[in-house]
Ligand binder design. Structure first.
Ligand code: KIV
Length: 264
């Protein structure tokens, strides 16, 4: 099956068209979302929105591979990126072994690695071994405990400069594109200008080369909290609850199944 996008077409999009990225964790939603997406990210956010955990840190390689296989099966034409979970890339050697597992056990097209300068050597090692890497700078959810929370970056000169340096280091290391999360629009704009690779924003304003959202936030299924940057394009949770309540009512009243839904 030919893929709609490749590393080459994604890189060529910079400055020409905005890139649309969305997360998916299963075949069904991947197939529904893929026609309008340029890239599908199997994000470790699945640990929170799918598995009910309080953060992303307990996501495992096995889970990421399992969900990436499902997404690739549901959206065979899509460019699929597997997020490398916390603790799976502690050394270049370990990172390469785990990325090879992703490529051998799924049909993913790339991996995503959270981190800046500190990950540059590791990204160089991966790209030298034919692993396409998308970087992830700015607010890094895998650092939530070491940072003492989710902190928007770029409001002070120190973090502004640090994220700019992180993005440059990740690009130099060979990443083909970059996610920038939870930063001021001014910082995202500066990173987008400075980098030659596509910069995909989440909670980063409108100046980036594309946007990514978590599917269950975008469709209003995840109700636990709604970050300021999330726009709900559907009230999914409300619709599901209304449908379930109607089904339960009809079963209890004996109204379902009716004649139309019976074999004859
Ligand atoms: O895990 C994820 O879904 C992500 C996006 C928020 C970019 O990393």
């Amino acid at each position: 099956m030919t893929k709609k996008e490749t590393i080459t077409s994604i890189q060529a999009a910079k400055g020409k068209r905005k890139l649309v990225m969305i997360t998916a964790y299963d075949a069904l939603f991947a197939s529904l979302l893929s026609p309008d997406a340029d890239m599908i990210l199997v994000g470790d956010s699945l640990n929170m929105s799918f598995l009910g955990e309080p953060d992303t840190l307990s996501a495992t390689m096995e889970q990421m591979i399992y969900h990436t296989r499902a997404v690739c099966a549901g959206a065979p034409e899509s460019f699929v990126i597997c997020d490398m979970p916390f603790g799976s890339i502690n050394t270049p050697h370990e990172a390469l072994a785990n990325c090879v597992k992703v490529f051998q056990q799924t049909r993913a097209d790339a991996v995503k690695i959270e981190g800046g300068k500190e990950r540059a050597e590791l990204i160089t090692h991966l790209t030298a071994n034919a692993i396409p890497v998308m970087g992830h700078v700015g607010l890094k959810p895998q650092s939530v405990r070491s940072e003492g929370g989710y902190k928007v970056q770029g409001r002070d000169t120190k973090s502004f400069e640090r994220v700019l340096e992180d993005a440059a280091a990740v690009e130099r290391a060979g990443a083909f594109a970059l996610v920038i999360e939870g930063v001021t629009p001014e910082l995202a704009s500066a990173v987008t200008r400075e980098c030659d690779i596509p910069v995909i924003g989440i909670g980063a304003g409108a100046a980036t080369d594309g946007q990514v959202l978590v599917w269950s936030d975008m469709l209003g299924f995840f109700e636990a909290f709604k970050p300021k940057f999330v726009k709900r394009y559907l009230e999914g949770a409300k619709l599901v609850k209304e449908a379930m309540a109607q089904y339960a009512k009809e079963v209890r009243e004996g109204a379902f199944p009716d004649e139309e839904h019976c074999y004859r």
